[in-house]
Design a protein around this ligand. Sequence first.
Ligand SMILES: Cc1cc2nc3c(=O)[nH]c(=O)nc-3n(C[C@H](O)[C@H](O)[C@H](O)COP(=O)(O)OP(=O)(O)OC[C@H]3O[C@@H](n4cnc5c(N)ncnc54)[C@H](O)[C@@H]3O)c2cc1C
Length: 407
Amino acid sequence: MSRCLAARSLDHVVIERGEVANSWRTERWDSLRLLTPNWQSRLPDFGYEGDEPDGFRTMPETIDFIARYAQVISAPVRTHTEVTSVRRANGGYEVQTTEGTWKCATVVLATGACNVPHLPAVADSVPPCICTVTADRYRNPAHVPPGGVLVVGASATGAQIADELHRSGHPVTIAVGEHVRVPRTYRGRDIKWWMDSVGVLDERHDEVDNIDRVRNLPSLQLAGSDDRRMIDLNSLTDIGVRLVGRLAGMNEGTAVFSGSLKNLCALSDLKMKRLLDRIDTWATEHGLDDGIAPPHRFEPTRVEDSPPLRLDLAAEGIRTILWATGFRPDYSWLHVPVLDRKGRVRHDGGVVESPGLYVMGLPFLRRRKSSLIDGAAADANDLSAHLERHLDGNGSAHWAHSPRRRS
Ligand SMILES: Cc1cc2nc3c(=O)[nH]c(=O)nc-3n(C[C@H](O)[C@H](O)[C@H](O)COP(=O)(O)OP(=O)(O)OC[C@H]3O[C@@H](n4cnc5c(N)ncnc54)[C@H](O)[C@@H]3O)c2cc1C
């Protein structure tokens, strides 16, 4: 957004409570790699220039990438400055920070979608003898007490951490809720290459049927690694991880799981098949069939006939619960009445209901790729254009190119 504002000669400041790339420095586990290939982090006028476009950045490489970008574009960043309050004032906004107060005509909320772990209500009933860790606090297996681990959540984070913990000697049980299974590679190409080429990631917020539903979909069950291996429930089963259903309750140290495991896995397999069908159709239409591997399908997710519905944690040797149940934004400092009853910012493709207020970086904000690094460029371009019109027209900005939603 800073790059796009500068390109429009709009004076601005970027306020950051930590260092540039703070979330990548402080909220990720040690072995994490981006699950998007190197080529796919395309920021405005800045992309990957190394000789491994299909590799996956480590955390230090990701931090370096974003920090270098801030330098290259001379982003006016004030680091170690925390925003403590944003409220409306004199037709614009008053922004209080730990380093003083700003008065501004417009504000872009770019504080991320993953500020605080989203824990299910059952978390309150976990007995104190069980150690609990959230994914943003997890660093590596050595920090987890010896013994078994119940990983709750089987999307990208839960599947990767379950794999790492089990391989390091912690027997893992994984509680599986709704998840989105995709292969790492298909017909010799990375799944992200296919999704990008087919146009899946460019689908717009005003084109999908149920935007609330898609905004709440879990992340793809995917991992980035040198050997490009697929981490899914079958690969976890192969190394000895036990699958159970969604964690539904906790009763005096006994975890209770829903009986939906088989159905959820079947649904996820079906959705994966639909994605692969779409890819195959596109490949045929674009004349690729002769040059690449033929279409194929993956083994369905293997699920025990009667997975356990209750587990006595102590008797099973489970000493830790790792919550990989997603995150939510923190807007405790936002004193503008734009939050819905679930605490989410009400917005239309990033344009918040309060004039001159914008939001970035949320799932499916404007496009399916909005929550990826790669989605920031297009969203910032659109929103900075709207913001400029708002400044020019003093409040009468509208979407010039999106008549279906606003006029
Ligand atoms: C585990 C995990 C893995 C991911 N893997 C990938 C991946 O492989 N590829 C990909 O493209 N995307 C990935 N993402 C998504 C990626 O994090 C987002 O696309 C990207 O971080 C969005 O950038 P952002 O700047 O909007 O938000 P963030 O990176 O969250 O940055 C928000 C910034 O705001 C600052 N901030 C928050 N509150 C305040 C405040 N009150 N005052 C001042 N500053 C504040 C924070 O310190 C932070 O630096 C992943 C996310 C997670 C959680």
